[in-house]
Design a protein. Structure first.
Length: 261
């Protein structure tokens, strides 16, 4: 017997939370329904992260703890969570916790989309904070890019990795920073593309970033060790003053002329 698509039960204007990057087919369906999409990986509520401690260990990354915190406080009709190779095994276990805690459907997906959309934002001249805000917002849409609006610039620095929970650290980079790693995969709408994720530019000083306790810290550390001017960096919930100083010192000693902020 053919089962009904769980998305079919959603009405116009439904409030749907997403964790990771659901497949384009799912996002397209949500767009066609006029759903309000909430990216649960980003801070949506102003409340204490410790409220997640009874449900998730503190050694889970701040992104997944943030997703749970948001889910506990937002009034949602459904959650769609990527548990495939484009996210992580921990997301699968978080989905189990969400199913137990919430009275709404929690839909597991596996995003293995392979059609490249391109990554013009990653290579254009723009403040790194705004750049990553645009890239993360793009998860909610299936619209094609207009690369002519974002011409590539020569890179002065590189940021490799995932979007940080604390976007304030992005203000320390120059506008000519190119973006690599999973964030580039995110813009390309191919989150499971491991070859694209491992790409970096050996000609520019690059910070290899991952959230503390994320499995991607292994790849970040591995690639940073092979980059002639690479710095491995992990941050948990917020970026400390010592971490900010480390970023600034690395860029300045690498000859990168300032950064914004």
């Amino acid at each position: 017997m053919k089962q009904e698509n769980p998305l079919a039960q959603l009405g116009p204007g439904a409030r749907v939370g997403i964790v990771g990057i659901p497949p384009l087919a799912v996002i397209g369906r949500l767009n066609s329904l006029g759903a309000q999409i909430y990216d649960l990986d980003e801070p949506q509520v102003n409340t204490d992260m410790e409220l997640t401690a009874p449900f998730l260990p503190r050694v889970y990354c701040a992104i997944l703890r943030t997703a749970l915190l948001n889910a506990l406080h937002l009034e949602l009709d459904m959650i769609v969570i990527d548990v495939g190779p484009g996210k992580c095994d921990c997301a699968l276990h978080v989905s189990t916790v969400l199913q137990d805690l919430l009275p709404i459907p929690v839909i597991r997906t596996r995003n293995e989309d392979a059609v490249p959309f391109g990554h013009p934002l990653c290579q254009t001249r723009m403040g790194l904070l705004e750049k990553l805000q645009r890239i993360t917002a793009g998860v909610k849409s299936t619209a094609p890019y207009q690369p002519e609006k974002f011409p590539p610039c020569a890179p002065a620095a590189g940021f490799w990795g995932v979007p940080p929970r604390d976007f304030s650290l992005l203000t320390l980079f120059p506008d000519t920073t190119h973006v690599y790693g999973w964030t580039r995969c995110m813009e390309n709408k191919t989150p499971a593309d491991v070859e694209l994720e491992a790409l970096f530019n050996a000609e520019v000083p690059t910070i290899f970033f991952a959230q503390s306790f994320c499995a991607k810290t292994a790849l970040a550390k591995f690639l940073a060790a092979r980059h002639p001017r690479g710095l491995f960096l992990d941050v948990d919930v917020t970026c400390s003053s010592s971490t900010r100083a480390k970023i600034q010192a690395f860029l300045e000693l690498s000859g990168v002329e300032h950064a914004a902020g």
